[in-house]
Design a protein around this ligand. Structure first.
Ligand code: CTP
Ligand code: MG
Length: 554
């Protein structure tokens, strides 16, 4: 395969993650200077993980001198990067150049002696900085810049969208404002790394890997943090030593099924987090779910976390989504807008239920982009055909193979604008035969529905599963109605050509903020629409009367 030149026009973190900075920029084959090789998902994750291992989290006093603080910390070694954020107090994320600096700081830190509570001597990477002489001279207090960890308010978004130049500009603005920032990405990886320290007390060679929207490039600021407890390294180490005379007792303690093993593992980790996990609160063990999990909130970082194990396929679907997100800069802009649109109309919710999920919406956008002519995105079967031996991946009997090398995939010949794609998305799904067809990104075409769920989206790897099995008919209907209405609104825009700089919500703003847009809710708009029809009928009637009067008069 001829490597493809794909310029990274997508803004933000993914672009930063993807670029192979240490690669020569010239291309010998083509003589081109601007070729940028793109990193694989696994390479990005490896770098992020290593970075997180050199990082600590420090709760700081509100008033301090940043310069002195950094100088004080650099006793333990040079600092590569740092940032501050606010979350019930000021926090600093400090990335040292070397891992040894973390141990040095840990050695220097003292365990708090509390009068009423007993401290647990767990060597964590969370620190509390207590200044013996709190600063009082204003000259020393340089104001500390905090990185924002939450999405913009509806008001701010509304303003930004109204002042954009075009609908395409609006979609890109929304992406820029909502996507996970570099700092937020670091904090997510750091949180996983800190949880790994705790889990490693039981499973020394475990890895906690982030998956889902935190790393698939479709995450919004504020989205949950899905974590996967990976014990494969433990198993791999064990399987290497099959010839010895000793079998380690703990690795052969038999339970009757994989599921029970998963439940037991998560149960002890859940206890551990509850009792010893710094900042871990509200620990819930949800072990009877189809995919058992431990849910908790990590207060210091502010993330709602879902910890699972043995759902390795979800890691593969995360990687697949990442690949699709990186292939064309329009994909993420479209997915973010559709996700925000769905959230604004309560089609999605943070509470589990019969609603459509963000994951399903993303699949729908990918499918839609595969259906364009020419396609914006290739099918999963095509990506499978591009795979080489290294990419081969079979999990629990399911073939999860696809190329992990972005540079092998041809750029799309499709040049449609975001505005057109968004409108067409709503039209496409506003008229989709959900009653008989299933959405299938593997083949990139509709398939007959194998079962009667209202919405059927085939799981790309576990092909007998429907990822939207939870969605009921009324939620699907709501989605269809809103899609139709949104297509209609965008068509009207085409005709009306509202002036972009006007204060009136237009384009994406009109779609996202129905309650703000002239205070019209869907119900109100329906009423207005029916009034419009009534008026039209009235005017036809009166025209007829007038006509008949006129005719009679003649
Ligand atoms: N997943 C899956 N099948 C499902 C639901 C989820 O394979 N029926 C996997 C997907 O890889 C998904 C991940 O689990 O990305 C995390 O699920 P979830 O948190 O529900 O979705 P996210 O993609 O993370 O989106 P959100 O921002 O809403 O959390
Ligand atoms: Mg998630």
């Amino acid at each position: 395969h001829r490597p493809i030149q794909r310029l990274l026009s997508c803004p933000g973190t993914v672009a930063a993650d993807l670029k192979k900075e240490d690669q020569p920029s010239g291309n010998v084959e083509t003589g081109s200077e601007d070729r940028i090789l793109q990193k694989r998902f696994s390479e990005v994750q490896k770098e992020r993980r290593e970075q997180a291992q050199r990082t600590v989290l420090i709760n700081c006093p509100d008033k301090m001198s940043e310069k002195k603080f950094l100088k004080y910390l650099s006793q333990h070694g040079p600092i590569k990067n740092h940032f501050f954020y606010e979350n019930f107090g000021l926090h600093a994320v400090i990335e040292f150049c070397q891992k040894e600096s973390v141990a040095s700081l840990q050695d220097a830190a003292c365990t708090p002696s509390l009068r009423r509570e007993a401290a647990i001597p767990f060597r964590s990477r969370f620190f509390n900085l207590k200044l013996k002489n709190p600063l009082n001279q204003t000259s020393e207090q340089s104001s500390i810049q905090c990185c924002n960890q939450s999405p913009p308010s509806s008001k701010k978004l509304f303003e930004l969208l109204c002042y954009a130049d075009s609908i395409d500009d609006q979609l890109n603005t929304l992406l820029k404002e909502f996507q996970i920032t570099e700092e937020n990405a670091k904090l997510r990886h750091l949180t996983c790394s800190l949880i790994e320290d705790i889990a490693a007390a039981y499973f020394p060679y475990c890895t906690i890997r982030p998956f889902g929207s935190s790393v698939n490039s479709f995450g919004k600021l504020g989205c949950d943090l899905d974590m996967f407890l990976d014990l494969d390294e433990t198993e791999r180490l064990a399987s290497q030593k099959t010839s010895g005379n000793f079998l380690m007792e703990f690795q052969v303690k038999n339970v009757s099924s994989e599921r029970i093993a998963t439940q037991k593992i998560l149960s002890v980790i859940g206890e551990c987090l509850d009792h010893f996990g710094p900042g871990c609160v509200g620990v819930q063990k949800i072990l009877n779910a189809r995919c058992p999990l431990v849910r908790f909130s990590q207060q210091t970082s502010g993330f709602q976390c879902d910890l699972t194990t043995n759902n390795r396929i979800a890691l593969k679907s995360t990687e697949l989504l990442y690949l699709y997100g990186a292939l064309d800069s329009r994909v993420r802009a479209l997915v973010f807008s559709v996700r925000c649109w769905a959230r604004a109309h309560s089609l999605t919710s943070s509470i589990p239920g019969a609603w459509i999920t963000n994951f399903s919406l993303t699949m729908m956008v990918i499918f839609f982009l595969q259906r364009r002519s020419p396609p914006v995105l290739p099918t999963l079967d095509y990506l499978k055909n591009l795979a080489d031996t290294e990419d081969k991946c079979i999990i629990e009997g399911h073939n999860c193979t696809f190329t992990t090398d972005l540079n092998r995939i041809e750029s799309s010949g499709n040049t449609e604008t975001l505005e057109l794609l968004l409108k067409e998305f709503f039209e496409y799904f506003g008229n989709f035969a959900f009653n008989k067809n299933s959405i299938n990104i593997r083949q990139g075409r509709e398939q007959n529905k194998p079962e009667s769920s209202p919405l059927h989206i085939q799981n790309p790897f576990e092909t007998s599963l429907n990822i939207s099995k939870n969605v009921n008919q009324s939620q699907l209907q709501k989605f269809v109605d809103l899609a139709r209405e949104s297509a209609w609104i965008l068509q009207q825009e085409d005709k009306d050509h509202p002036s972009p700089s006007s204060n009136q919500p237009w384009g994406l703003a009109a779609l996202l903020l129905p309650s703000v847009s002239n205070g019209k809710s869907l119900a109100k708009r329906k009423k207005l629409a029916s009034e419009r029809v009534k008026n039209l009928l009235e005017s036809i009637k009166s025209n007829n009367v007038e006509n008949s009067i006129n005719t009679n008069g003649k």
